[in-house]
Design a binder for this molecule. Structure first.
Ligand SMILES: Cc1cc2nc3c(=O)[nH]c(=O)nc-3n(C[C@H](O)[C@H](O)[C@H](O)COP(=O)(O)OP(=O)(O)OC[C@H]3O[C@@H](n4cnc5c(N)ncnc54)[C@H](O)[C@@H]3O)c2cc1C
Length: 393
């Protein structure tokens, strides 16, 4: 059987690899010149080096992502600390600490002051129980409260996992992330990120895997109409899917992510990244001579110019890394529609894989995976769509 896949982001690549592994013939169309979609690396002339479009953090409990990497032979392409540690620096107070989860399922790190979030007591962790009971309309902010646990862990976790501010973000997808990682224990919460780059881990090995199985891959190939008789997986962003499938309900509000890459080297520390509290950025990755900073839920900074945002983030980094160095060369990358806004109203618009035509399946991080818009969700959606096609055989 031949299956056409539209979109070579991670959802499309995962669908293609699952079908190719089952012996199906793949025709893959990608509108851009390269694959990877929102998760890709490229050569940046200003910085004179290869960078990722944005920092992507995974956790070892991201089962579908890990299985995908193993399938395409890139299982050892991720880096990360040997234990589940999350270093933080508060740029307002200059305090620093490391959250250390224990590897087993029982969260005894909560009971050890040296491992848990500083300034918190055991009782402060009750919001984790409240999150477990989150209903579809529950928002994150009322469940996590305003104490030290919220400020120093749950808010930054929610903002980066949901790419939406806690005041308007739905709690259910955050609850799903926690259930698949932290609740399963530290062994499933190990931070992971590409050793070299996103494309080297997720994209290039997948294209090689497909090419070795006879797939026809077409770049700069924008699909504008669907063939009703052709088995097809539509793995494009929601605003393209609704053009290809008029009448499809899909998320239509989005949140930006801003990534700033500074040409500057610091000691990467034990984890290779640091969470920033009290500034405007959330995570800093120390990659050789590039310091790479992520600001999620960044619609709130839409009006701020690149020089201003870089200046403010650099001030955070000066505080975090105790340097008075002047701002180095930098690149500001804004993904305006990085993910859909994870509000209850938007979540209600997520469709499943099925469409009115049984030959056509949907995939993408915005489909109804139960997870926020993440690598794990995108890959899972691609697998779901592929299995739905295979089951029809
Ligand atoms: C800056 C940034 C940081 C992120 N950080 C993280 C993180 O830390 N952890 C995490 O898990 N996730 C993170 N994400 C989310 C993650 O990148 C996405 O969830 C995932 O890449 C989405 O994959 P996708 O295949 O669903 O969609 P896309 O990557 O959008 O793929 C869709 C593809 O379809 C193509 N296409 C569109 N129209 C057509 C057409 N008509 N014909 C053919 N092709 C078409 C597009 O060019 C694109 O390649 C981040 C995203 C961004 C932008």
């Amino acid at each position: 059987m031949t299956v056409t896949i539209i979109g070579a982001g991670l959802a499309g690549l995962a669908a293609a690899c699952t079908l190719a592994a089952a012996g199906e013939h793949i025709i893959l169309h990608e509108a851009a010149k390269a694959a990877g979609g929102r998760c890709r690396s490229y050569f940046d002339a200003a910085l004179n080096c290869r960078i990722d479009n944005g920092n992507h953090l995974l956790l070892s409990g991201n089962n579908a992502a890990m299985a995908f990497l193993h399938r395409i032979g890139a299982g050892d392409s991720l880096a990360g600390p040997a234990t589940p540690i999350f270093p933080f620096i508060d740029v307002a107070t200059r305090a620093s600490w490391t959250l250390r989860l224990n590897s087993g399922r029982l969260p005894w790190w909560i009971f050890a002051p040296s491992m848990r979030v500083p300034g918190t007591r055991v009782m402060d962790y009750l919001p984790l129980l409240k999150l477990r009971r989150a209903k579809p309309d529950d928002l994150v902010a009322p469940l996590i409260g305003h104490g030290a646990l919220a400020r120093n862990l749950l808010e930054p976790l929610a903002i980066s996992a949901l790419n939406t501010m806690p005041a308007i973000a739905a709690a259910a997808p955050l609850r799903a992330v926690i259930a698949e990682t932290i609740e399963r224990g530290g062994a499933f919460s190990m931070p992971r990120f590409p050793k070299t780059g996103l494309s080297e881990s997720f994209v290039d090995p997948a294209l090689e895997y497909l090419a070795a199985r006879g797939a026809n891959i077409h770049f700069s190939s924008r699909v504008t109409a669907l063939d009703p008789h052709q088995k097809t997986i539509i793995a494009v962003p929601p605003w393209v899917a609704t053009e290809l499938l008029p009448g499809l309900a899909a998320p239509d509000e989005f949140e930006a992510i801003v990534n700033l890459h500074f040409k500057y080297r610091v000691n990467p520390g034990a984890a290779g990244f640091v969470g920033l509290i009290g500034g405007i950025a959330e995570w800093v990755f120390c990659k050789g001579d590039i310091l790479s900073v992520t600001i999620s839920a960044a619609n709130r900074f839409a009006e701020m110019g690149s020089d201003e945002i870089a200046g403010r983030v650099w001030a955070d980094l000066q505080a975090a890394f105790k340097t008075t160095a002047k701002i180095p060369p930098f690149r500001v990358l804004r993904e305006k529609r990085a993910t859909f806004a994870a509000t209850p109203a938007q979540l209600a618009k997520r469709p499943g894989a099925a469409t009115a035509n049984p030959n056509w399946k949907l995939a993408g991080d915005w489909t109804d995976t139960g997870l926020p818009a993440t690598i794990e969700g995108a890959i899972r959606s691609g697998n779901t769509a592929a299995l739905a096609i295979l089951r029809q055989n």
